[in-house]
Design a protein around this ligand. Structure first.
Ligand code: NFS
Length: 654
């Protein structure tokens, strides 16, 4: 049934078109290829050539003859060791993705600070000073250039650092830092933690699943409080700290009479220049010379979130819509950088006139045109790409173009600093009003709902069901990535959503401040903003002294990428209860389930949960929030005392 594939009308319309055009999409391939059940539960080891060894969970107790025989691989590795190795390797891969992105940003940042790259500048000096202070850099009367160079050098050194701790560890609440140190999981260097994890998961090294998970946590923390945070901070300084801005989302943002260029991927370095180049009179004139009314830039996946938050560039769609953008027949070029790009794009593009342009030496694709992004000639490369798209526009002539009508307005751009300002006002910038509203019970708690789409569940559905359930129960939601886009398409990122979907308490707060009940905080690397927001709430007081004390929870109901596992683990290791949907890659091992779903809370104050039903998952989060409220003594604050006459007289008598 088509409706089971997506809750988004534009997606369904394009799926029907793809079918008519005989184009295979991710949705079709998911039907044709069922997932391997042994791999899905994490019970397959292929780390050496004596295997692959499969150690699936026995279906029924009876099959084991009552007594539980230990399932082992050829080398003797137990099911839990295999499961833990697979899991932490996902963390290593996810951390690498975010951090290699961050390294690229840090390199560009340093080159910008040194004045070596045209087209880039330090845009947000205020944030530069803030980050410099956190890195222990002296400001005094030094020039912006000097400070920026030192910031760039220090950030770049975080990757290859061998000893000590990453600088941003010190941003976490003190109690959290102490816990990490006590457990030996305060990350030293970003690359070091990834390499050590790869070493320890090699055949015959670390055979203790508890120990593997500790290094998994250390590596994940090197992502959240390292790589991802460096990406966010340096991108903000280079391109501007996001502030609330009006945006538009869904395939309806494509324009029939303009050159449509979709920027897809994760790194904003090139998209920032494409935005500038698209406004160049020479490029505009060139587009007109080919019969187009102009150039229409649109984003896809997290590159979209980056330029949406900072420039209001419209978003064509989230992860599962990438092929469908091409199916409209209206995309003249899809420009990709790194991550979350399906290889099928090149095949789909063959059925239409679309040119797929790869731009990064780390991510090439057969069948695509490669125009390499070189930051030393950034503006020129950007123009070259746009010219290629414009040259392709006339090839659309005579072909069927069908752009869905759906496009939805949304308010985005809630960086941690912006929330601070919006809530506290210019003279009293702080999270105090949020804390007060949590304490008085108008806001029950905070949830971070983030992550991907997954073709094994109905597109966008789990995000929307979970988030509606949360806000109905007065839980304010912070969102990023493809989850944020699902909310945008469904009209949830508007102030009006408050009165429509929220419980009375949350609606009242949102209406007073004029914000949506779901705050779009950016791309997936910007989950580091959520860590900063949580820390700010702790530091403001009244809600305990660690992130694990907060009435807060995290979720990725439609996750699919290894990056999501890295994010989940750094949330858990930062003290957050985190629920994932779809499938969970350790369910083949009882011991690993016990460790991640129960015991971990004792160790780091946060734990995982797996619940594919988004409504039930939301209820788990709410139950956790209530548990934390109770521990803080806030459960009583929700009960209102109504005074009767006798009580009033008593009060008057005092
Ligand atoms: Ni995050 Fe963003 Fe989307 Fe998932 Fe992919 S685009 S980085 S990984 S699919 S949310």
């Amino acid at each position: 049934m088509a409706e089971e594939k997506s809750v988004d009308k534009a997606t369904l319309e394009m799926l029907a078109k793809a079918k008519a055009d005989k184009v295979s999409t991710v949705f079709d391939r998911a039907e044709e290829m069922k997932p391997c059940p042994i791999g899905a539960e994490g019970s397959c080891c292929k780390n050496c050539s004596m295997g692959p060894c499969r150690v699936p969970a026995p279906k029924k107790k009876a099959e084991t003859g009552g007594e539980k025989a230990k399932r082992r691989g050829v080398c003797g590795a137990t099911a839990e060791t295999i499961s833990a190795r697979n899991f932490v390797r996902m963390i290593a891969a996810g951390t690498s993705a975010h951090s290699d992105h961050a390294r690229g940003v840090a390199e560009l940042f340093l080159a910008t600070a040194r004045g070596e790259v045209p087209g880039y500048a330090i845009k947000d000096e205020q944030k530069l000073y803030q980050v410099a202070l956190d890195l222990g850099i002296e400001i005094g009367d030094r020039s912006v250039k000097e400070i920026a160079i030192e910031v760039g050098e220090k950030c770049l050194a975080e990757f290859g650092r061998q000893h000590g701790e990453l600088h941003f560890v010190k941003r976490a609440p003190l109690k959290r830092q102490e816990l990490w140190r006590k457990l030996g999981i305060a990350p030293r260097g970003i690359d070091r933690e990834v390499v050590e994890l790869m070493h320890r998961t090699h055949m015959g090294v670390d055979q203790d699943y508890h120990n593997l998970l500790l290094q998994g946590s250390r590596c994940a923390l090197a992502d959240g409080w390292g790589g991802s945070m460096i990406s966010t901070e340096l991108q903000d300084i280079l391109f501007g700290n996001p502030v609330p801005i009006l945006g538009k989302i869904n395939l309806g943002v494509l324009k029939e009479d303009q050159v449509n260029v979709v920027m897809h991927g994760h790194e904003p370095l090139l998209p920032e220049l494409l935005v500038v180049a698209s406004q160049d009179p020479e490029i505009q004139a060139y587009a007109k010379s080919k019969g187009a009314k102009g150039i229409n830039l649109a984003g896809m996946c997290c590159s979209a979130n980056e330029v949406l938050m900072r420039h209001g560039i419209p978003v064509a769609g989230n992860f599962l819509q990438q092929e469908l953008a091409i199916v409209t027949g209206a995309v003249d070029a899809m420009v990709v950088d790194v991550q979350c790009e399906m290889q099928s794009l090149a095949d789909v593009a063959k059925c239409y006139h679309t040119k797929v342009v790869t731009t990064n030496p780390r991510a090439k694709m057969q069948g695509a045109t490669h125009i390499e992004f070189d930051e030393h000639h950034g503006p020129e490369v950007a123009k070259k790409i746009l010219r290629a798209a414009i040259d392709n526009f006339p090839n659309r002539k005579g072909k069927v173009v069908q752009i869905p009508a759906e496009s939805q307005e949304m308010i985005v751009g809630f960086s941690h600093e912006t929330i601070n300002y919006l809530l506290g006002g210019l003279f009293r910038s702080s999270y105090r009003p949020l804390n007060d509203n949590i304490i008085n019970g108008r806001i029950r708690g905070v949830a971070g709902v983030v992550g991907c789409n997954n073709c094994r569940t109905t597109h966008d559905s789990a995000h929307l069901t979970m988030i509606k359930e949360l806000i109905k129960n007065d839980v304010i939601v912070l969102t990023t990535g493809c989850s944020a886009m699902a909310c945008g398409k469904a009209g949830l990122l508007t102030p009006e959503a408050a009165s429509r979907y929220c419980g009375a308490g949350l609606a009242e707060v949102c209406e007073a401040v004029g914000i949506p009940p779901i705050l779009h905080m950016g791309a997936c690397v910007d989950n580091s903003r959520i860590l900063m927001a949580a820390t700010a709430v702790v530091k403001d007081g009244g809600l305990g002294d660690d992130i694990s004390d907060l009435p807060a929870a995290g979720a990725a109901p439609e996750w699919m990428s290894e990056k999501a596992i890295a994010i989940g683990q750094y949330f858990v290791a930062s003290g957050v209860f985190t629920v994932f949907g779809t499938t969970f890659p350790i369910t083949g091992s009882e011991e690993m389930c016990k460790l991640l779903f129960e015991e971990m809370e004792e160790v780091v104050g946060g734990k995982w949960a797996f619940e594919p039903d988004p409504e039930k998952a939301a209820q788990l989060m709410i139950a956790h929030i209530d548990k934390k409220r109770k521990a803080l003594g806030l459960d009583k604050a929700r009960e209102r005392v109504l005074y009767d006459m006798a009580m009033r007289r008593e009060l008057d008598a005092v």
